[in-house]
Ligand binder design. Structure first.
Ligand SMILES: Nc1ncnc2c1ncn2[C@@H]1O[C@H](COP(=O)(O)OP(=O)(O)OP(=O)(O)O)[C@@H](O)[C@H]1O
Length: 943
C-alpha cells in the first residue's frame, strides 16, 4: 500500500509519494521567460494564462506504404508552421490547412524536435515548474517513437533516434552535473489500461506472473486539495541517466502491446513516465532551500478506427476503452476551450491524471503525430482538428514553492514518527491498528466521502432519470421524425409527379396559346382585307355613278355649245356689215380734221413770233432794274465794311490797354513774390539750423542711453553669473546631501542585515537550547535580545547623530554661500540704482534741451505767419486796384460798342428799306409779264 524508498541518492531525503509537488499560491516570476525560445513564455500573462503548446509531427511513409506507392496527402510547411491536407478524388475535394506552434515534417530528426520543442521545457522543470509533454495521434503514427525512440540503448552509446524521454533524462543530468548541484531525483512509471492503473515499476515479486490478471491495479485517490495521487505507486530514486534508461526499458517491456494492421507493435495502453527533481539551493543568508520540479512524459495509446486497425474481440474492447478515454480527453479539451462551467475530468482516469496539465498550473506541450498516407486521411484530419482545438487551452503555470530544508526535515521526522506509531500499534495488537487520531481523522474523511458519494449517487440517479426521459423523448422524437421523413418523402414524390404533370400541362397550354394566337392573327388579317374590299367596291360604285352623271352633263353641255356657236356665227356676220359702214364714216371725219389741224398750226406760229418779241423787251427792262439794285447793295455793304473796320480798330486799342495793365500787375506781383520767397528762405534756413542742433542733441542723448544700456547688460551678466554660481553650489550641496543619504541608507541596510543575521543566529541557537532549558533560556534570550536590540538602536542613533551633524554642517555651508550671494546681490542692486539715477538725469537734460529748441521753432513760426499775413494784405490791395482799372477799360469798350451797334442798326434799316422798294419794283414787273403771258395763252386757246 505505502510507497517504499528503494534507493537514496545525492544525500537528499525524498518526499513521500503523496507529496506531489504543489505550486505555491503566491505568484512567482517566470524565471526562463528571457532566454527560452518557447512561445508559451512570450504569451505568458498571469491572469490570462499560457496557451498549451501544440506541435505536429508527420512521420515518413513506412516500407509497405512506399512499396505500394501510397499517395501522400499531407504537406508540412515548417517555416510557416502549417500542415495542409489536400485530396481531390472524383467530386470529393479536401483542402485544409492548420497552423500550429511548431511543425515537424517527415524528414525531421529526433534531435531537431527535442532541441526545438522539449529542451526549453526541461529548463523550466529545473526552474521549479511542473511540465507535461504528451504525444497524441492515430495508431502507428510515431507516438512511442517520438517519446521513447526507435531503438533502445546500444552498448552504452546514446542512439541518434533516441526519443524525448531519454534525451530529457540526459539533459537533466547534464545540467545538474554542470551546475554541480545537490539534487535528488525519483521516477515513476505507470500504465493506464482499460481504465485500470498499473505500476510499471512494481517489484518483480508482485508481477512475476506474465498474464494480465496478476497485475494488481492500484487506486487513484483524491488528495483533498483538488488534486489526485496514485496510492502505493513505486518511486525509484535515481542517481544516473543509465539507471533511468534501465528503468525505462524494464517498464516499457511491461507495457501492453499487440500487433494491429496499422502497427506491428502497437501500444494498447496510455503510459505516464514522471521525473521529480529536488534541487538544493542556498540563500544568500546561508539557508538551505529545496526547489522542486516535475516532468510528466505521456505516451497515449493510439486513437483508432476499430475496423481499420483490425482490432478484434479483446482488442476491440481495448480499442473501445482507449477511444473512450481519448473521447473524454476530447470532451475535456472542448469544455476548456469553450470555457463551459463543467469540465468532465472525472469521466476517465486519464483525464483525472492529466487534470493539472489541462487547464491547471502545469506547463503543457502536446505532440500530435500524423501519417502522410491517403489511407489515414480521415484520422489525420480528426487528429489535426483535435490538436488545433487543444491550442486554445490556457494553463496558469506557477513555480513550485521552495521548501526550507529544515521544515522539510521536520515534516519527514513527523512522518517517520507517524509511521513508527503505526508499526508499533500494529506490533502490539493482532490485526491492523492505527493511532486513534489518525483513525478518527480517517473515519471523518470516510464519512465525508460516503456522504459525498451518496450525494453524487442521488445526483447520478436524477441525472439517469433525466437521461432516460431524454432518451424516451429522443426516441419518440426519432419515431416522429422517421414518420415525418416518410411522409415528407411521399409528399416530395407526389410533388415531383404533380410538378412534372404541371410542367407538361404548362407546355401544352403554351403550345395551344401559340396556335390560338396564330389563328387569331389570320382571322384578323382576313377581316381586314374583307373590309378593305367592301370599301373599295363602295368607292368604285360611287365613282361609276359620278362618271355616268358627268357623261350626261357633258352631252347636255355639248348641245348647248352647239346652239351658242350657231348664235355667235349670226352675230359675227351682223357685226361685220356694221363695222364696214362705221369704218367708211370714220375715214371721212379724219381727213376733215387733218385739214383743220393744219390751219390751226399756222395760226399758232404767228402768235408765238409776236410773244417772243414782247418778251425780249420785258427782259431788257428787268436787266436794267437788277443793275440798279446791284449798285445799291454794293454801297450798303461798303458802309458795313467801314463800320467793321472801325470796330476792329477800337477793339485793338482796348486790348492793348488791357495788356499793358496786366503786364504792370504781373511785374508788381513778381516783385512781391520775390520778397516773400527771400523771407521764407531765411526762415527755412533758421529752422534747418535749429533742427540740426536738435539732431546733434538727440544723437548725444542716444549715445548716452546706449552706454547706460550696455552698463545694464554688463550688470545683468554679472548677476546671472552670480546666480549660476549660486545654483551650482546648491547643486553640489544637494548631491553631497544625496550621497550622505545614500551612504546612510547603505549603512542602515548593512546594519539591519547584520541585525537580522544576528537575530536569526540567536534564534536558531536559542531554539537548540530551548529543547533543554526552555524557561531558563527564555529569560536570558530575552535579555540578550533586548541587549542586541539596544545595541542596534544605539548604533542606529549614533549613525543618525553623525548624519545629523553632517547635515547641519552642510546646512551651515549652504547658509554661508547664501549670505555671500546676498552680499553680492546687494552690491549689484546699489550699482544698478546709481546707474538708474545717472540715466534719469541724462534723460531730464535731454528733455529740457528739446523743450528750448521747440520754443525757438515756435517763435520762428510766429514770425513766418505774420509775414505771410502782410503778404496776403498787399496782394489783396493789388488785386482791388487791378479790378478797378479793368472795370473802367471794359466800361469804355462797352460804350464804344453801344455807339457802333446804333450806327450799324440805322445802316441796316436803310439798306432794308432800299431792298424793300427794289423788291416791290421787281414784283410789279413780274406781275406785268405774267399778265402778258396769260393774254397770249388765252389768244392761242381762242384760235
Ligand atoms: N518520424 C519517424 N521516423 C521514422 N520512423 C518512424 C517515425 N515515426 C514512426 N516511425 C516508425 O513507425 C512505426 C510505428 O511507430 P510507433 O510504434 O511509435 O507508433 P505509435 O503511434 O506509438 O503507435 P501505437 O499507437 O499503435 O502505439 C515504428 O516502426 C516506428 O519506428
Amino acid at each position: 500500500m505505502e510507497a517504499t524508498q528503494r534507493r537514496l541518492g545525492g544525500g537528499m531525503v525524498p518526499v513521500s509519494p503523496s507529496q506531489t509537488p504543489r505550486s505555491s499560491d503566491k505568484p512567482v516570476r517566470d524565471l526562463r521567460s528571457a532566454d527560452s525560445n518557447s512561445n508559451s513564455h512570450s504569451k505568458y500573462d498571469k491572469d490570462k494564462g499560457v496557451n498549451v503548446q501544440v506541435l505536429v509531427r508527420c512521420r515518413p511513409l513506412n516500407e509497405d506504404e512506399t512499396r505500394l506507392h501510397t499517395p501522400v496527402v499531407i504537406s508540412c510547411n515548417e517555416g510557416r508552421r502549417e500542415v495542409s491536407a489536400v485530396q481531390n478524388i472524383a467530386n470529393k475535394q479536401i483542402d485544409r490547412t492548420f497552423a500550429f506552434d511548431k511543425v515537424f515534417g517527415p524528414n525531421s530528426q529526433q534531435k531537431e524536435l527535442y532541441d526545438q520543442a522539449v529542451s526549453p521545457i526541461v529548463y523550466e522543470v529545473l526552474e521549479g515548474y511542473n511540465c507535461t509533454i504528451f504525444a497524441y495521434g492515430q495508431t502507428g503514427t510515431g507516438k512511442t517513437y517520438t517519446m521513447e525512440g526507435g531503438a533502445r540503448k546500444k552498448n552504452g552509446e546514446f542512439p541518434s533516434d533516441a526519443g524525448v524521454i531519454p534525451r530529457a533524462v540526459k539533459q537533466i543530468f547534464d545540467i545538474l552535473e554542470a551546475q554541480n548541484a545537490e539534487y535528488n531525483m525519483k521516477v515513476t512509471f505507470l500504465e493506464l489500461y482499460n481504465e485500470e492503473i498499473t505500476d510499471l515499476l512494481a517489484p518483480e515479486e508482485t508481477s512475476k506472473f506474465i498474464d494480465d490478471k496478476s497485475r494488481k491495479p492500484i487506486a487513484l485517490m483524491e488528495d483533498g486539495k483538488g488534486g489526485v495521487f496514485v496510492r502505493g505507486l513505486e518511486e525509484e530514486i535515481v542517481c544516473t541517466a543509465n539507471e533511468i534508461y534501465k528503468i525505462l526499458e524494464k517498464g516499457s517491456a511491461k507495457r501492453r502491446t499487440a500487433e494491429t494492421l496499422l502497427n506491428k507493435q502497437s501500444s494498447r495502453s496510455h503510459s505516464i513516465f514522471s521525473i521529480t527533481i529536488h534541487i538544493k539551493e542556498c540563500t544568500p543568508e546561508g539557508e538551505e532551500m529545496i526547489k522542486c520540479g516535475k516532468l510528466n512524459l505521456v505516451d497515449l495509446a493510439g486513437s483508432e478506427n476499430i475496423s481499420r486497425s483490425g482490432a478484434r474481440e479483446g482488442r476491440a474492447r481495448e480499442a473501445g476503452e482507449i477511444n473512450k478515454s481519448l473521447l473524454t480527453l476530447g470532451r475535456v479539451i472542448n469544455a476548456l476551450v469553450e470555457h463551459s462551467g463543467h469540465v468532465p475530468y472525472r469521466d476517465s482516469k486519464l483525464t483525472r491524471l492529466l487534470r493539472d496539465s489541462l487547464g491547471g498550473k502545469t506547463k503543457t506541450c502536446i505532440i500530435a503525430t500524423i501519417s502522410p498516407s491517403i489511407h489515414c486521411l480521415e484520422e489525420t484530419l480528426s487528429t489535426l482538428d483535435y490538436a488545433h482545438r487543444a491550442k486554445n487551452i490556457k494553463n496558469k503555470p506557477e513555480i513550485n514553492q521552495k521548501m526550507m530544508k529544515s521544515a522539510m526535515i521536520k515534516d519527514l521526522y513527523s512522518e517517520i514518527d507517524r509511521l513508527k506509531q503505526e508499526v508499533y500499534a500494529a506490533r502490539e495488537k493482532n490485526g491492523i491498528y492505527i493511532p486513534r487520531d489518525r483513525y478518527l481523522h480517517e473515519e471523518a474523511e470516510k464519512k465525508a466521502m460516503t456522504e459525498k458519494i451518496e450525494r453524487m449517487e442521488l445526483e447520478a440517479e436524477s441525472k439517469d432519470k433525466q437521461l432516460v426521459e431524454l432518451q424516451e423523448l429522443y426516441n419518440s422524437q426519432q419515431l416522429l421524425t422517421d414518420e415525418l421523413s416518410v411522409k415528407l418523402e411521399k409528399t416530395e414524390k407526389s410533388l415531383e409527379e404533380t410538378e412534372q404533370s404541371l410542367f407538361d400541362l404548362e407546355e401544352r397550354h403554351k403550345q395551344a396559346n401559340a396556335t390560338i394566337k396564330e389563328k387569331e392573327f389570320l382571322i384578323l388579317n382576313l377581316l381586314k382585307s374583307e373590309k378593305a374590299l367592301v370599301e373599295r367596291a363602295i368607292e368604285l360604285r360611287a365613282e361609276l355613278e359620278n362618271a355616268a352623271s358627268d357623261v350626261s352633263n357633258l352631252f347636255s353641255k355639248i348641245e348647248r355649245k352647239d346652239k351658242i356657236e350657231e348664235g355667235n356665227r349670226i352675230l359675227i356676220q351682223k357685226f361685220q356689215s356694221q363695222l364696214a359702214q362705221q369704218l367708211e364714216v370714220l375715214h371721212k371725219t379724219v381727213s376733215a380734221s387733218v385739214m383743220h389741224q393744219e390751219q390751226q398750226l399756222k395760226d399758232m406760229e404767228e402768235d408765238m413770233q409776236s410773244f417772243v418779241s414782247t418778251k425780249a423787251e420785258a427782259t431788257e427792262d428787268l436787266r436794267q432794274r437788277v443793275g440798279k439794285l446791284k449798285n445799291m447793295y454794293g454801297s450798303g455793304i461798303k458802309a458795313l465794311d467801314d463800320l467793321a473796320e472801325e470796330l476792329k480798330v477800337n477793339n485793338q486799342l482796348t486790348y492793348d490797354d488791357l495788356k499793358s495793365e496786366v503786364a504792370k500787375h504781373s511785374s508788381a506781383l513778381e516783385d512781391l513774390f520775390k520778397g516773400i520767397a527771400l523771407e521764407a528762405d531765411s526762415l527755412l534756413n533758421d529752422l534747418q539750423s535749429s533742427l540740426h542742433k536738435q539732431e546733434a542733441n538727440l544723437t548725444a542723448y542716444a549715445h548716452q542711453q546706449r552706454e547706460a544700456h550696455a552698463r545694464a547688460v554688463e550688470t545683468t551678466r554679472a548677476v546671472s553669473k552670480i546666480t549660476v554660481n549660486f545654483f551650482e553650489t546648491i547643486d553640489r550641496h544637494a548631491s553631497s546631501l544625496t550621497q550622505i543619504v545614500e551612504e546612510a541608507q547603505l549603512v542602515n541596510d548593512q546594519k539591519l542585515c547584520e541585525l537580522e543575521k544576528k537575530f536569526e543566529e540567536c534564534t536558531a541557537y536559542e531554539e537548540k537550547q530551548l529543547l533543554e532549558k526552555v524557561a531558563e533560556m527564555l529569560a536570558s534570550s530575552n535579555a540578550r535580545k533586548k541587549q542586541l536590540v539596544q545595541m542596534a538602536v544605539n548604533d542606529l542613533r549614533e549613525s543618525a547623530n553623525c548624519r545629523t551633524s553632517k547635515l547641519r554642517q552642510e546646512a551651515l555651508t549652504m547658509q554661508d554661500s547664501t549670505s555671500s550671494v546676498k552680499a553680492e546681490w546687494r552690491v549689484h542692486m546699489e550699482k544698478t540704482e546709481s546707474n538708474y539715477h545717472e540715466d534719469t538725469s541724462a534723460v531730464e537734460s535731454g528733455k529740457r534741451d528739446l523743450v528750448e529748441v521747440l520754443q525757438i521753432c515756435l517763435n520762428k513760426a510766429k514770425v513766418g505767419s505774420q509775414q505771410w499775413r502782410k503778404a496776403q494784405e498787399s496782394l489783396l490791395s493789388l488785386e482791388k486796384r487791378n479790378a478797378a482799372s479793368v472795370d473802367t477799360i471794359v466800361r469804355g469798350g462797352m460804350e464804344a460798342n453801344h455807339a457802333l451797334r446804333a450806327r450799324f442798326s440805322s445802316a441796316v434799316s436803310t439798306t432794308l428799306e432800299d431792298a424793300g422798294t427794289a423788291n416791290k419794283d421787281i414784283n410789279s414787273s413780274i406781275d406785268c409779264q405774267y399778265c402778258v403771258i396769260s393774254m397770249h395763252h388765252h389768244c392761242c386757246l381762242g384760235r
